[in-house]
Design a protein around this ligand. Structure first.
Ligand SMILES: Cc1cc2nc3c(=O)[nH]c(=O)nc-3n(C[C@H](O)[C@H](O)[C@H](O)COP(=O)(O)OP(=O)(O)OC[C@H]3O[C@@H](n4cnc5c(N)ncnc54)[C@H](O)[C@@H]3O)c2cc1C
Length: 665
């Protein structure tokens, strides 16, 4: 009998009894970026007053050798970011766009050298659009037909069992994606994303130091944080003082360890092995395009080092990541490169194609989320606080959105425009997102077992597996049932490959949002209520992301999105016909609080025209109403209509702004 999902998960975990780790268990980076190459940044706000001349290693902290530190030697920066992955590097970008700079470090010697994350979703791309980086990302990414399918097959050259449209390419779903955002999903390997981000951050004034290890920190309360760093090259240590320490040091975070933030951990799913392979499969792929190919061979003896694989496109169609799942219950061994290559060739299924292994790196399938993301002056983000498998492609995308949420809050507090209380909303808003995506990714993984079962992957006996595979094409009732089961299981993966809802439906609540004027609590409606993983509901309810609608000028020019009206470091107040008093109020309150509040009017013959009358459908307020959008493009508050007079509008807006910024008494 096929094992249940929980039995399977247990078997996978038992087979790999390693402590929780995640995708950053990649072997040491062999990057070529030297520290010098990456330190060409321009002037910074923080002045490096005195870089310490550390002495030879003595005692150890966190298992790393330390030198003696002269107590008065310290470098000062506004912020210190640990990690140059998607979380740390994007945070540096967003902070620098607010004029906040600092030091960003990584223990590796370069940006990512293996292409782990790749699916870049529209929610993450919208945040990068705020910096104008979305077009650079899409120009380096692959999209469209290259990522249009996920397939299940016997081998890359052989029989296909099934396929499903993926990542916005389902003809039934294309419109949903286009209606949801001005951006389109793309496939951008982490090896290409990180340099884009680090380049932007350093050119905007962030100092970047590779080969630099975080060792420990001392939180000094409102005075900031003193952090001890180790320069891997000289072996010397120095200390950095910063107002905030930002922990983006990935799944094996030392910062989290020192902070002792509570972790919510569920049983993990064992280990997977990433094998980066050079093999030109162009002629086989011509009629099998897609960026994910599950390879399963029930009619072959199960190979211990990979009883099945996901073959992921890296560079169409000559570089691939073979993600191997070791056979459950088999003790961990150390296969040679030749053994791996033999299995890779088996999964390719065409011996005439030369294949070369470029990298081998194991990672662990986790389900771990921190219960809180911050303490005092230390804020954690990315895989540091949420660790889960790559199903649904939510990892790096969520890291980038954590940064976008955190950056404006840090900037506003540092510039004295908001109370430090605003920073408490970071964990409050982002932790539930981390929790939900981690759960989703693990559910998606487990749901694959129904496909494995339908294809006959589970029995130990080869003859039983062959019989099941044969049954799939038999004209019997059992055969028909098996085919139906397979089709239903494949259809179910739409939750993974068209999970627009889990990508876009985030909803924030708490003091960073003003929902007191709403008569009813927020409720999902329509398709999103039926299936919130698959379907996104556009709404201006406070706490929801600003919905996208195309706008233009009276005399048409290049259209822009409502999303483009907001962001860029400031608040935005959107109104319409009859809402002139709101525009006046935005001006006055902006001056009073010294906070940018840009007003925009959308409506017939106004500054912006609602091109397809889509804004009218989603704006959720009357024409004269107002929608206040935060710098991270989430709705802070809305008013159904204009108030009695300008004074009333000003008073209301002031009250709301003070509340959102934590300035209320
Ligand atoms: C096979 C696979 C496929 C994936 N596919 C996707 C996908 O399609 N889409 C998606 O969104 N996500 C995907 N992910 C997940 C994604 O890779 C991670 O979520 C993402 O890399 C996490 O980013 P991060 O910046 O938080 O951490 P990391 O990328 O792990 O970066 C951590 C950084 O901290 C540094 N660091 C660590 N310790 C120290 C220290 N002590 N001192 C100094 N620096 C330190 C590291 O050098 C690194 O720079 C995938 C993961 C895997 C394994």
């Amino acid at each position: 009998m096929a094992p249940s999902v929980s039995e399977l998960a247990t078997a996978l975990s038992d087979a790999n009894p390693s402590p929780p780790r995640n995708s950053d268990t990649i072997s040491p980076v062999n990057g070529t970026n030297s520290a010098e190459n990456n330190n060409s940044a321009g002037p910074v706000n923080g002045s490096a007053t005195h870089i310490v001349d550390g002495k030879a290693a003595g005692p150890t902290v966190n298992g790393l050798a330390t030198g003696d530190l002269p107590a008065d030697s310290i470098a000062n920066y506004d912020v210190l970011i640990v990690g140059t992955g998607p979380a740390g590097a994007s945070l540096a970008c967003f902070l620098s766009s607010h004029g906040i700079t600092g030091l960003m470090i990584s223990s590796a010697s370069s940006t990512a050298d293996t292409p782990r994350a790749h699916i870049t979703n529209i929610a993450a791309l919208e945040t990068l659009r705020d910096l104008g980086l979305d077009s650079e990302c899409t120009s380096q990414a692959t999209s469209g037909s290259c990522m249009m399918h996920t397939r299940w097959c016997h081998d890359m050259a052989g029989e296909e069992y099934a396929r499903i449209y993926a990542w916005g390419n389902d003809p039934h779903r294309k419109g949903d994606y286009e209606m949801a955002s001005p951006c389109a999903p793309c496939d951008l390997p982490q090896t290409l994303l990180e340099p884009i981000l680090v380049n932007y951050a350093t050119k905007s004034g962030f100092r970047t130091r590779f080969d630099t290890c975080f060792i420990s920190f001392e939180d000094k309360g409102p005075a900031g944080v003193d952090t001890t760093l180790l320069d891997n090259i000289s072996g010397k240590q120095y200390r950095v003082h910063s107002r905030y320490l930002l922990g983006a040091d990935g799944a094996r975070s030392r910062i989290m360890k020192q902070l002792e933030l509570p972790l919510i951990a569920q049983a993990g799913g064992g280990t997977a092995i990433n094998i980066l392979v050079k093999a030109d499969l162009t002629h086989h792929i011509k009629h099998r395009q897609g960026n994910l190919h599950w390879v399963m061979q029930p009619d072959q003896p199960h190979c211990d080092l990979g009883w099945m694989a996901i073959v992921r496109m890296v560079k169409p169609w000559h570089e691939w990541m073979f993600i191997l799942f070791p056979k459950p219950g088999v003790p961990r061994s150390n296969p040679t490169k030749a053994e791996y290559l033999a299995q890779i060739k088996n999964f390719i299924g065409d011996d005439s194609i030369p294949a070369e292994i470029l990298d081998i790196s194991p990672w662990t399938i986790n389900d771990i989320v921190a219960a809180e993301y911050s303490r005092e002056s230390v804020f954690c983000l990315g895989d540091t606080v949420h660790r889960h498998p790559p199903f649904n492609g939510l990892g790096s995308n969520t890291c980038i959105q954590d940064s976008f949420n955190l950056a404006w809050k840090i900037a506003y507090v540092m510039k004295g425009r908001a109370s430090p209380k605003l920073l408490e909303t970071y964990s409050l808003e982002r932790q539930p997102v981390g929790q939900s995506i981690s759960t989703r990714a693990n559910v998606s993984f487990r749901q694959h077992s129904r496909i494995w079962e339908s294809l006959g992957m589970f029995p130990d006996s080869l003859s039983k597996r062959v019989a099941i595979l044969d049954e799939l094409s038999s004209p019997t009732t059992k055969g028909q049932l098996r085919r139906q089961n397979l089709q239903a299981a494949i259809a179910g993966t739409a939750h993974e490959f068209h999970g627009l809802g889990i990508e876009m439906n985030q909803f924030y609540s708490g003091p960073g949002i003003y929902s007191m004027d709403e008569p009813d609590p927020f409720r999902l409606e329509g398709l999103a209520a039926e299936n919130p993983v698959m379907h996104y509901m556009r709404s201006t309810y406070p706490g929801k992301r600003l919905p996208h609608a195309w706008l233009n000028k009276k005399c048409p020019v290049q259209p822009i999105s409502t999303v483009d009206l907001a962001g860029k470091g400031g608040f935005t107040l959107i109104t319409g016909i009859g809402g002139a008093s709101w525009e006046q109020a935005a001006n006055t309150v902006s001056k009073e609080l010294q906070v940018q509040i840009q007003s925009c009017a959308i409506g017939f013959s106004l500054e912006w025209v609602d091109m397809y009358s889509e804004w009218e459908k989603v704006r959720g307020v009357k024409e004269s109403g107002a929608i206040l959008v935060r710098p991270d493009r989430f709705v802070a508050w809305r008013s159904q209509e204009v108030l009695l007079d300008e004074n009333a509008c000003e008073n209301k807006l002031l009250e709301v702004m003070r509340s959102v910024l934590g300035l209320s008494a």
